[in-house]
Design a protein around this ligand. Structure first.
Ligand code: CTP
Length: 418
């Protein structure tokens, strides 16, 4: 996992050195974001050597890499330890004038805080009010423990031990890593087929849904290859920052086919989310075409290869292949019927079908689709953000794989048709 550890200015910062070490030893990619104040307790060199990654505190460092939001976007998990009364108050207010603040605002990952402060500060209504707000927002709180504090006094306020924070933090990650160990290939975007050096045949796919499918798989532990045909601005930003996503850029259907065939060789799961042009211009012109008087223009089109059907024909044992189909339909029944016909034609294990129209399905952040399995049953019908839809798709993929495994070990059941 990609873990960000925020460190605020309390003496307990020294204990977080051990927390970072535990995370690194467990194989996680750890980035430490200390506040300026905390560097009085533990300095940059310690964090860099323990985390094995560069450390910055300012939003003005590494601006070209948009570091102030990049860490938050890439994170699978953020731990703030120690979390001082001041940092907790800043989190509650959503302040963003240091790198930790911007990172916390830019994330959708689970956030775990380990408060550390004197008992009076912890018990103060302001702090308790902040804690209640943070809890209500879904922030996980570990501790504080009851025990001796730095001033010689004793009471609740002592930061929990690193082992406890480590365990609580891992437990906070949803669905833990149910795709860990799986190699996944996802295609996204829309192919462009050249007409001449400046024109192409294309489609309206933005690539958002495929990028979310890839990112969700990576967050759930898979190693992901994302084959991107043309996508909208910024669509690949989060995926490109995820350590388990490798992006391969493609352009035409034939280029996408080459990339997909190569990637599928060792993939456990292939999801073709890309909108592939069915036709290309038979011979694209090397020169820019100009108008020919008042005449119309006839282009000769030839069919592109059906990438998905080819992948299904050459699938390796145990490989799960998922197709996507955008269909125009007036009713759910019509959509399901079109989906079933296409699933059978393509021979895929799962087909995600969504209804599209000129004003529906494209360029939006939300999506609505139904998922058909190898028996043509509707196994899910989801509506929500493209990220939520991606989550439902992976749930369906895991269920289908589980079923195939069970069926192949039980002779009384037949394998799903391929
Ligand atoms: N697809 C593909 N290669 C193509 C066309 C489509 O791999 N040449 C894949 C898409 O990535 C998608 C699925 O097939 O996963 C369904 O795409 P769609 O365009 O709906 O399928 P078509 O075969 O074009 O079906 P039709 O034209 O009959 O509607």
């Amino acid at each position: 996992m990609f873990v960000v550890v925020g460190v605020s200015g309390g003496v307990a910062a020294y204990k977080s050195v051990h927390l970072v070490r535990l995370l690194v030893l467990a194989g996680h990619e750890v980035h430490v974001v200390p506040t300026e104040d905390s560097l009085r307790f533990v300095g940059t060199s310690t964090w860099e050597s323990i985390s094995r990654n560069p450390v910055t505190t300012s939003v003005h460092d590494d601006v070209a890499q948009v570091r102030h939001v990049a860490l938050g976007q890439a994170a699978d998990l953020i731990i703030v330890a120690p979390a001082t009364a001041n940092t907790l108050a800043r989190m509650t207010a959503g302040l963003a004038d240091n790198l930790l603040g911007t990172t916390l605002l830019a994330t959708t990952a689970p956030v775990v805080v380990a408060p550390a402060m004197h008992t009076e500060m912890w018990s103060h209504p302001a702090t308790q009010h902040n804690m209640a707000t943070l809890r209500a927002r879904g922030v996980h709180v570990v501790g504080p423990a009851d025990g001796p504090l730095t001033g010689g006094d004793s009471g609740p306020g002592r930061m929990s031990e690193p082992d406890e924070i480590f365990q609580a933090a891992l437990a906070a990650v949803p669905g833990d890593a149910d795709l860990a160990g799986l190699r996944v290939t996802v295609s996204t975007g829309g192919t462009r087929e050249p007409i001449d050096p400046v024109r192409f045949l294309g489609n309206r796919s933005s690539g958002k849904q495929g990028a979310e499918v890839a990112l969700t798989a990576a967050r759930r532990g898979a190693e992901v290859r994302l084959l991107a045909a043309h996508v909208g601005d910024g669509v690949l930003m989060e995926a490109s920052r995820h350590p388990r996503v490798e992006i391969v850029h493609t352009g035409t259907a034939v280029e996408l086919q080459d990339a997909a065939v190569a990637a599928a060789v060792d993939a456990d799961i292939v999801a073709m989310v890309a909108a592939v042009a069915d036709y290309r211009v038979a011979e694209a012109s090397d020169e820019k075409l100009s108008k020919q008087g008042g005449e119309g223009l006839t282009l000769e089109l030839v069919q592109n290869p059906d990438i998905l059907a080819g992948l299904v024909r050459n699938r390796s044992p145990g490989q799960t292949i998922v197709g996507f189909a955008a269909e125009t339909a007036h009713t759910d029944d019509e959509l399901i019927a079109k989906g079933r016909a296409k699933r059978r034609r393509k021979g895929v294990d799962l087909l995600a079908v969504n209804a599209v129209g000129w004003k529906k399905g494209f360029e939006s952040t939300d999506n609505e689709l139904l998922i058909l399995d190898a028996d043509d049953d509707v196994v899910a019908q989801v509506r929500g953000s493209k990220r939520a839809v991606a989550g439902a798709l992976w749930d369906a993929v895991l269920t289908a794989r589980q079923r195939t495994r069970m069926e192949s070990t039980d002779g009384s059941l037949s394998l799903p048709e391929m």
